[in-house]
Design a protein around this ligand. Sequence first.
Ligand code: HEM
Length: 402
Amino acid sequence: MAVDLAATDVTTVAFKADPFPFYARLRHDSPVQPVRWMRGSTAWLVTRHGDVEAALRDPRIRKDPREALTSAQLADAPRVPKLFAPLQRNLLGLDGADHDRLRRLVRQAFTPRRIELMRQQVQELADGLLDEAARRGSVDLISDFAVPLPLTVIARVIGVPEELTPRFRAWTRALLSVTDRPLRSVAGVLRFMRYLRRLVESRSREPYDDLVSALAAARDGGDRLSTDEIVALLVLLLTAGHETTVNLVGAGALALMEHPDQAHRLREDDGLLRPGIEELLRFTSPVETATERWAAEDLLVADVTIPQGSLVLAVIASANRDEQVFVEPDLLDVGRNPNPHLAFGKGAHYCLGAPLARLEAEIAISTLLRRAPHLRRADPSAPVRWRGGAIVRTLESLPVLL
Ligand code: HEM
Protein backbone atom coordinates (compact mmCIF):
# COMPACT_ATOMS: atom_id res chain seq x y z
CA MET A 1 0.00 0.00 0.00
CA ALA A 2 1.33 3.47 -0.88
CA VAL A 3 2.23 5.52 2.18
CA ASP A 4 1.17 9.16 2.19
CA LEU A 5 4.51 10.68 3.21
CA ALA A 6 3.08 14.14 3.93
CA ALA A 7 0.42 12.71 6.27
CA THR A 8 2.94 10.76 8.36
CA ASP A 9 2.94 11.84 12.00
CA VAL A 10 6.54 11.51 13.13
CA THR A 11 5.73 12.09 16.82
CA THR A 12 3.59 9.01 17.57
CA VAL A 13 4.68 6.09 19.76
CA ALA A 14 4.30 3.73 16.77
CA PHE A 15 6.60 5.90 14.62
CA LYS A 16 9.21 6.20 17.39
CA ALA A 17 9.44 2.41 17.72
CA ASP A 18 11.26 2.20 14.37
CA PRO A 19 11.64 5.43 12.40
CA PHE A 20 14.60 4.17 10.36
CA PRO A 21 12.80 2.53 7.38
CA PHE A 22 10.75 5.74 6.89
CA TYR A 23 13.90 7.86 6.89
CA ALA A 24 15.64 5.43 4.50
CA ARG A 25 12.70 5.83 2.13
CA LEU A 26 12.88 9.64 2.39
CA ARG A 27 16.64 9.69 1.72
CA HIS A 28 16.03 7.64 -1.42
CA ASP A 29 12.77 9.10 -2.77
CA SER A 30 12.15 12.45 -1.16
CA PRO A 31 15.14 13.82 0.80
CA VAL A 32 13.32 17.06 1.66
CA GLN A 33 9.81 16.23 2.76
CA PRO A 34 7.04 18.17 4.54
CA VAL A 35 5.24 16.12 7.23
CA ARG A 36 2.58 16.67 9.89
CA TRP A 37 3.92 18.35 12.99
CA MET A 38 2.54 19.47 16.32
CA ARG A 39 -0.69 21.45 16.63
CA GLY A 40 -1.56 20.85 12.99
CA SER A 41 1.54 22.57 11.64
CA THR A 42 3.98 21.30 8.99
CA ALA A 43 7.67 20.54 9.41
CA TRP A 44 10.13 20.14 6.53
CA LEU A 45 12.37 17.13 7.13
CA VAL A 46 15.90 17.23 5.68
CA THR A 47 17.26 13.68 5.74
CA ARG A 48 20.54 13.18 3.82
CA HIS A 49 23.82 13.45 5.74
CA GLY A 50 25.28 16.22 3.56
CA ASP A 51 22.05 18.26 3.60
CA VAL A 52 21.62 17.83 7.37
CA GLU A 53 25.17 19.03 8.00
CA ALA A 54 24.71 21.96 5.60
CA ALA A 55 21.35 22.92 7.20
CA LEU A 56 22.93 23.00 10.67
CA ARG A 57 25.60 25.40 9.38
CA ASP A 58 23.33 27.53 7.14
CA PRO A 59 22.96 31.12 8.41
CA ARG A 60 19.71 31.45 6.43
CA ILE A 61 18.13 28.83 8.71
CA ARG A 62 17.60 30.54 12.06
CA LYS A 63 16.97 29.41 15.62
CA ASP A 64 15.18 32.60 16.64
CA PRO A 65 11.82 32.75 14.80
CA ARG A 66 11.82 36.55 15.16
CA GLU A 67 14.84 36.55 12.82
CA ALA A 68 13.10 34.47 10.15
CA LEU A 69 9.35 35.07 10.19
CA THR A 70 7.42 38.11 8.90
CA SER A 71 5.28 39.96 11.46
CA ALA A 72 2.16 38.34 10.00
CA GLN A 73 3.74 34.87 10.35
CA LEU A 74 4.87 35.65 13.89
CA ALA A 75 1.34 36.72 14.85
CA ASP A 76 0.09 33.29 13.72
CA ALA A 77 2.84 31.32 15.46
CA PRO A 78 2.01 29.61 18.79
CA ARG A 79 2.86 31.91 21.70
CA VAL A 80 5.16 30.93 24.53
CA PRO A 81 3.51 31.71 27.91
CA LYS A 82 5.00 34.92 29.33
CA LEU A 83 6.21 33.01 32.36
CA PHE A 84 8.56 30.87 30.25
CA ALA A 85 9.73 33.66 27.92
CA PRO A 86 13.00 34.44 29.82
CA LEU A 87 13.96 30.77 29.45
CA GLN A 88 13.96 31.13 25.66
CA ARG A 89 16.84 33.59 25.66
CA ASN A 90 19.32 30.78 25.94
CA LEU A 91 22.03 29.40 23.65
CA LEU A 92 19.66 27.21 21.68
CA GLY A 93 17.20 30.04 20.99
CA LEU A 94 19.65 32.61 19.59
CA ASP A 95 21.67 33.16 16.41
CA GLY A 96 24.76 35.05 15.29
CA ALA A 97 26.36 37.59 17.60
CA ASP A 98 23.78 37.09 20.42
CA HIS A 99 24.57 33.37 20.45
CA ASP A 100 28.36 33.83 20.12
CA ARG A 101 28.37 36.18 23.12
CA LEU A 102 26.61 33.68 25.40
CA ARG A 103 28.66 30.75 24.14
CA ARG A 104 31.96 32.58 24.78
CA LEU A 105 30.91 33.30 28.37
CA VAL A 106 29.56 29.82 29.07
CA ARG A 107 32.62 28.11 27.57
CA GLN A 108 34.77 29.74 30.25
CA ALA A 109 32.74 28.02 32.96
CA PHE A 110 31.85 24.68 31.33
CA THR A 111 35.42 23.54 30.77
CA PRO A 112 36.78 20.07 29.91
CA ARG A 113 38.76 20.28 33.19
CA ARG A 114 35.56 20.70 35.23
CA ILE A 115 34.10 17.70 33.39
CA GLU A 116 37.17 15.47 33.80
CA LEU A 117 37.08 16.17 37.54
CA MET A 118 33.72 14.39 37.59
CA ARG A 119 35.13 11.03 36.41
CA GLN A 120 35.56 9.43 39.81
CA GLN A 121 32.23 10.74 41.08
CA VAL A 122 30.39 9.39 38.02
CA GLN A 123 32.05 5.99 38.55
CA GLU A 124 31.00 5.93 42.23
CA LEU A 125 27.46 6.90 41.28
CA ALA A 126 27.22 4.17 38.62
CA ASP A 127 28.55 1.58 41.07
CA GLY A 128 26.16 2.73 43.81
CA LEU A 129 23.14 2.50 41.48
CA LEU A 130 24.17 -0.99 40.32
CA ASP A 131 24.77 -2.14 43.94
CA GLU A 132 21.21 -1.11 44.72
CA ALA A 133 19.94 -2.79 41.52
CA ALA A 134 21.85 -6.01 42.26
CA ARG A 135 20.17 -6.25 45.66
CA ARG A 136 16.81 -6.28 43.87
CA GLY A 137 17.85 -8.45 40.89
CA SER A 138 15.28 -7.06 38.47
CA VAL A 139 15.26 -3.38 37.67
CA ASP A 140 14.03 -0.81 35.22
CA LEU A 141 17.22 0.23 33.49
CA ILE A 142 15.69 3.62 32.66
CA SER A 143 14.26 4.81 35.99
CA ASP A 144 16.76 2.98 38.21
CA PHE A 145 19.97 3.69 36.30
CA ALA A 146 19.82 5.80 33.14
CA VAL A 147 17.76 8.61 34.77
CA PRO A 148 19.38 9.09 38.21
CA LEU A 149 22.93 8.99 36.86
CA PRO A 150 22.93 12.13 34.63
CA LEU A 151 20.53 13.95 36.93
CA THR A 152 22.77 13.56 39.96
CA VAL A 153 25.82 14.41 37.86
CA ILE A 154 24.34 17.63 36.48
CA ALA A 155 23.08 18.64 39.95
CA ARG A 156 26.67 18.29 41.23
CA VAL A 157 28.20 20.09 38.25
CA ILE A 158 25.81 22.99 38.73
CA GLY A 159 26.45 23.07 42.46
CA VAL A 160 23.10 22.04 43.96
CA PRO A 161 23.74 20.96 47.56
CA GLU A 162 23.44 17.18 48.08
CA GLU A 163 20.51 17.44 50.51
CA LEU A 164 18.44 19.19 47.84
CA THR A 165 18.95 16.47 45.20
CA PRO A 166 15.49 14.83 45.74
CA ARG A 167 13.72 18.19 45.44
CA PHE A 168 15.91 19.02 42.43
CA ARG A 169 14.67 15.80 40.81
CA ALA A 170 11.01 16.76 41.32
CA TRP A 171 11.61 20.23 39.90
CA THR A 172 13.43 18.77 36.92
CA ARG A 173 10.46 16.46 36.26
CA ALA A 174 8.20 19.54 36.23
CA LEU A 175 10.54 21.21 33.79
CA LEU A 176 10.65 18.23 31.45
CA SER A 177 6.85 18.00 31.32
CA VAL A 178 6.34 21.64 30.32
CA THR A 179 5.50 20.68 26.71
CA ASP A 180 3.20 17.74 27.58
CA ARG A 181 1.43 19.19 30.65
CA PRO A 182 2.10 22.95 30.78
CA LEU A 183 -0.55 23.78 33.38
CA ARG A 184 0.38 21.04 35.80
CA SER A 185 4.06 21.93 35.67
CA VAL A 186 3.77 25.70 36.15
CA ALA A 187 4.02 25.72 39.96
CA GLY A 188 7.05 23.38 39.96
CA VAL A 189 8.83 25.39 37.26
CA LEU A 190 8.21 28.65 39.13
CA ARG A 191 9.59 27.21 42.35
CA PHE A 192 12.60 25.89 40.45
CA MET A 193 13.35 29.24 38.81
CA ARG A 194 13.03 30.98 42.17
CA TYR A 195 15.48 28.45 43.68
CA LEU A 196 17.98 28.85 40.81
CA ARG A 197 17.78 32.65 41.01
CA ARG A 198 18.61 32.53 44.74
CA LEU A 199 21.45 30.08 44.07
CA VAL A 200 22.94 32.45 41.45
CA GLU A 201 22.66 35.44 43.78
CA SER A 202 24.24 33.59 46.69
CA ARG A 203 27.14 32.24 44.57
CA SER A 204 27.76 35.74 43.15
CA ARG A 205 28.27 36.99 46.69
CA GLU A 206 30.13 33.91 47.96
CA PRO A 207 31.65 31.75 45.17
CA TYR A 208 32.21 27.98 45.49
CA ASP A 209 34.06 25.70 43.07
CA ASP A 210 30.95 25.00 40.97
CA LEU A 211 29.43 25.94 37.63
CA VAL A 212 26.99 28.54 38.97
CA SER A 213 29.85 30.42 40.65
CA ALA A 214 31.94 30.15 37.46
CA LEU A 215 29.04 31.46 35.33
CA ALA A 216 28.47 34.35 37.74
CA ALA A 217 32.19 35.20 37.57
CA ALA A 218 32.62 34.78 33.78
CA ARG A 219 33.73 37.99 32.04
CA ASP A 220 34.36 38.87 28.40
CA GLY A 221 35.88 42.36 28.37
CA GLY A 222 33.31 44.46 30.22
CA ASP A 223 30.56 41.94 29.49
CA ARG A 224 29.04 39.44 31.92
CA LEU A 225 25.94 37.26 32.26
CA SER A 226 22.83 38.60 33.98
CA THR A 227 21.03 36.53 36.63
CA ASP A 228 18.19 35.84 34.14
CA GLU A 229 20.68 34.64 31.53
CA ILE A 230 22.36 32.29 34.01
CA VAL A 231 18.99 30.86 35.12
CA ALA A 232 18.02 30.28 31.46
CA LEU A 233 21.36 28.56 30.85
CA LEU A 234 21.04 26.31 33.87
CA VAL A 235 17.57 25.28 32.73
CA LEU A 236 18.96 24.58 29.24
CA LEU A 237 21.81 22.49 30.65
CA LEU A 238 19.29 20.45 32.57
CA THR A 239 16.89 19.87 29.72
CA ALA A 240 19.53 19.48 27.00
CA GLY A 241 21.80 17.41 29.20
CA HIS A 242 19.38 15.12 30.92
CA GLU A 243 17.00 13.27 28.60
CA THR A 244 19.64 13.03 25.89
CA THR A 245 22.05 11.16 28.14
CA VAL A 246 19.23 8.95 29.48
CA ASN A 247 18.48 8.04 25.86
CA LEU A 248 22.07 7.21 25.01
CA VAL A 249 22.59 5.00 28.07
CA GLY A 250 19.12 3.36 27.81
CA ALA A 251 18.96 2.81 24.04
CA GLY A 252 22.71 2.04 23.96
CA ALA A 253 22.30 -0.74 26.54
CA LEU A 254 19.30 -2.07 24.62
CA ALA A 255 21.31 -2.11 21.36
CA LEU A 256 24.06 -4.10 23.08
CA MET A 257 21.53 -6.58 24.49
CA GLU A 258 20.19 -7.02 20.96
CA HIS A 259 23.74 -7.44 19.55
CA PRO A 260 25.50 -9.73 22.07
CA ASP A 261 28.45 -10.19 19.68
CA GLN A 262 29.18 -6.45 19.90
CA ALA A 263 28.80 -6.47 23.72
CA HIS A 264 31.31 -9.34 23.73
CA ARG A 265 33.81 -7.34 21.63
CA LEU A 266 33.52 -4.42 24.06
CA ARG A 267 34.09 -6.68 27.09
CA GLU A 268 37.14 -8.27 25.48
CA ASP A 269 38.89 -5.12 24.29
CA ASP A 270 39.02 -1.90 26.39
CA GLY A 271 40.37 -0.06 23.35
CA LEU A 272 36.96 -0.40 21.69
CA LEU A 273 35.11 1.55 24.41
CA ARG A 274 35.61 5.01 22.88
CA PRO A 275 34.74 4.03 19.27
CA GLY A 276 31.96 1.87 20.75
CA ILE A 277 30.32 4.88 22.42
CA GLU A 278 30.60 6.83 19.14
CA GLU A 279 28.88 3.93 17.38
CA LEU A 280 26.10 3.85 19.99
CA LEU A 281 25.68 7.60 19.44
CA ARG A 282 25.39 7.01 15.68
CA PHE A 283 23.19 3.93 15.92
CA THR A 284 20.72 5.20 18.54
CA SER A 285 20.76 8.97 17.71
CA PRO A 286 19.45 10.10 21.15
CA VAL A 287 18.52 13.45 19.57
CA GLU A 288 16.47 12.24 16.62
CA THR A 289 16.06 15.62 14.95
CA ALA A 290 17.94 18.82 15.69
CA THR A 291 15.80 21.43 17.45
CA GLU A 292 13.45 23.72 15.51
CA ARG A 293 14.89 26.10 12.96
CA TRP A 294 13.16 28.55 10.61
CA ALA A 295 13.84 29.39 6.96
CA ALA A 296 14.55 33.13 6.74
CA GLU A 297 14.18 33.00 2.93
CA ASP A 298 13.14 30.49 0.25
CA LEU A 299 15.76 27.73 0.30
CA LEU A 300 16.70 25.25 -2.41
CA VAL A 301 17.75 21.96 -0.82
CA ALA A 302 18.16 18.77 -2.90
CA ASP A 303 16.18 20.44 -5.74
CA VAL A 304 13.21 21.21 -3.47
CA THR A 305 12.22 24.74 -2.43
CA ILE A 306 11.50 25.14 1.26
CA PRO A 307 9.38 28.31 1.51
CA GLN A 308 10.47 31.24 3.72
CA GLY A 309 8.93 30.98 7.18
CA SER A 310 8.90 27.14 7.21
CA LEU A 311 9.89 25.06 10.19
CA VAL A 312 12.97 23.02 9.19
CA LEU A 313 14.01 19.86 11.02
CA ALA A 314 17.44 18.42 10.28
CA VAL A 315 16.95 14.69 10.91
CA ILE A 316 20.09 13.53 12.72
CA ALA A 317 18.80 9.95 13.06
CA SER A 318 18.52 9.77 9.28
CA ALA A 319 21.91 11.38 8.55
CA ASN A 320 23.48 8.83 10.92
CA ARG A 321 22.13 5.95 8.80
CA ASP A 322 22.91 7.46 5.39
CA GLU A 323 24.18 4.67 3.13
CA GLN A 324 26.16 7.21 1.06
CA VAL A 325 28.35 7.87 4.12
CA PHE A 326 28.26 4.73 6.28
CA VAL A 327 28.97 1.19 5.09
CA GLU A 328 26.07 -1.06 6.17
CA PRO A 329 24.46 1.74 8.20
CA ASP A 330 21.90 -0.49 9.96
CA LEU A 331 24.66 -2.67 11.37
CA LEU A 332 26.00 -1.98 14.87
CA ASP A 333 29.80 -2.16 14.65
CA VAL A 334 31.58 -0.98 17.82
CA GLY A 335 34.86 -0.72 15.91
CA ARG A 336 33.43 1.47 13.11
CA ASN A 337 36.06 3.81 11.70
CA PRO A 338 35.65 6.44 10.36
CA ASN A 339 32.40 7.42 12.04
CA PRO A 340 31.37 10.95 11.02
CA HIS A 341 28.04 10.82 12.90
CA LEU A 342 26.10 14.00 13.63
CA ALA A 343 24.68 12.91 17.01
CA PHE A 344 25.96 16.06 18.73
CA GLY A 345 24.93 18.35 15.87
CA LYS A 346 27.27 20.59 13.85
CA GLY A 347 28.22 24.24 13.52
CA ALA A 348 27.54 27.04 15.99
CA HIS A 349 25.14 25.02 18.17
CA TYR A 350 27.33 21.89 18.38
CA CYS A 351 26.59 20.23 21.73
CA LEU A 352 28.30 22.06 24.55
CA GLY A 353 27.91 19.03 26.83
CA ALA A 354 29.49 16.47 24.46
CA PRO A 355 32.54 15.82 26.71
CA LEU A 356 30.28 15.27 29.74
CA ALA A 357 27.87 13.05 27.78
CA ARG A 358 30.78 10.94 26.48
CA LEU A 359 32.25 10.59 29.97
CA GLU A 360 28.90 9.54 31.48
CA ALA A 361 28.17 7.07 28.67
CA GLU A 362 31.66 5.51 28.81
CA ILE A 363 31.34 4.92 32.52
CA ALA A 364 27.69 3.82 32.46
CA ILE A 365 28.14 1.34 29.60
CA SER A 366 31.52 -0.07 30.70
CA THR A 367 30.25 -0.53 34.28
CA LEU A 368 27.12 -2.30 33.04
CA LEU A 369 29.18 -4.59 30.80
CA ARG A 370 31.60 -5.44 33.62
CA ARG A 371 29.15 -5.84 36.46
CA ALA A 372 26.20 -7.34 34.60
CA PRO A 373 27.68 -9.83 32.11
CA HIS A 374 24.29 -11.56 31.75
CA LEU A 375 22.26 -8.38 31.35
CA ARG A 376 19.05 -9.21 29.46
CA ARG A 377 15.52 -7.96 28.99
CA ALA A 378 13.17 -9.24 31.71
CA ASP A 379 10.58 -10.19 29.07
CA PRO A 380 12.17 -10.42 25.63
CA SER A 381 8.81 -11.20 24.01
CA ALA A 382 7.22 -7.93 25.21
CA PRO A 383 7.48 -4.99 22.80
CA VAL A 384 10.04 -2.35 23.79
CA ARG A 385 8.19 0.72 25.08
CA TRP A 386 9.13 4.02 23.40
CA ARG A 387 7.63 7.39 24.20
CA GLY A 388 5.90 9.61 21.60
CA GLY A 389 7.02 13.20 21.09
CA ALA A 390 9.32 15.50 19.21
CA ILE A 391 13.10 15.95 18.86
CA VAL A 392 14.32 13.15 21.14
CA ARG A 393 13.74 9.40 20.97
CA THR A 394 13.18 8.10 24.47
CA LEU A 395 12.54 4.69 26.03
CA GLU A 396 9.58 4.74 28.41
CA SER A 397 11.01 1.86 30.45
CA LEU A 398 13.37 -1.09 30.03
CA PRO A 399 12.86 -3.87 32.61
CA VAL A 400 16.00 -6.04 32.78
CA LEU A 401 17.51 -8.91 34.74
CA LEU A 402 21.10 -8.44 35.87
C1 HEM B 1 24.10 11.77 24.64
C2 HEM B 1 23.91 12.96 25.12
C3 HEM B 1 23.70 14.19 24.29
C4 HEM B 1 23.36 14.33 22.97
C5 HEM B 1 23.13 13.24 21.94
C6 HEM B 1 23.28 15.76 22.70
C7 HEM B 1 22.98 16.29 21.47
C8 HEM B 1 22.92 17.65 21.20
C9 HEM B 1 22.61 18.20 19.91
C10 HEM B 1 22.27 17.40 18.65
C11 HEM B 1 22.68 19.56 20.02
C12 HEM B 1 22.44 20.56 18.89
C13 HEM B 1 20.97 20.84 18.72
C14 HEM B 1 20.67 21.73 17.55
O1 HEM B 1 21.58 22.21 16.86
O2 HEM B 1 19.47 21.93 17.30
C15 HEM B 1 23.01 19.86 21.39
C16 HEM B 1 23.16 21.14 21.88
C17 HEM B 1 23.41 21.39 23.22
N1 HEM B 1 23.67 20.47 24.21
FE1 HEM B 1 23.74 18.47 24.02
N2 HEM B 1 23.56 16.44 23.84
C18 HEM B 1 23.84 15.54 24.84
C19 HEM B 1 24.19 15.82 26.14
C20 HEM B 1 24.35 17.07 26.66
C21 HEM B 1 24.78 17.36 28.01
C22 HEM B 1 25.16 16.31 29.05
C23 HEM B 1 24.75 18.72 28.14
C24 HEM B 1 25.10 19.56 29.31
C25 HEM B 1 25.01 19.26 30.54
C26 HEM B 1 24.33 19.27 26.87
C27 HEM B 1 24.19 20.62 26.61
C28 HEM B 1 23.89 21.15 25.38
C29 HEM B 1 23.76 22.59 25.14
C30 HEM B 1 23.93 23.71 26.16
C31 HEM B 1 23.46 22.74 23.79
C32 HEM B 1 23.22 24.04 23.04
C33 HEM B 1 24.51 24.57 22.48
C34 HEM B 1 24.32 25.85 21.68
O3 HEM B 1 23.18 26.16 21.29
O4 HEM B 1 25.32 26.55 21.45
N3 HEM B 1 24.10 18.25 26.00
N4 HEM B 1 23.17 18.68 22.08
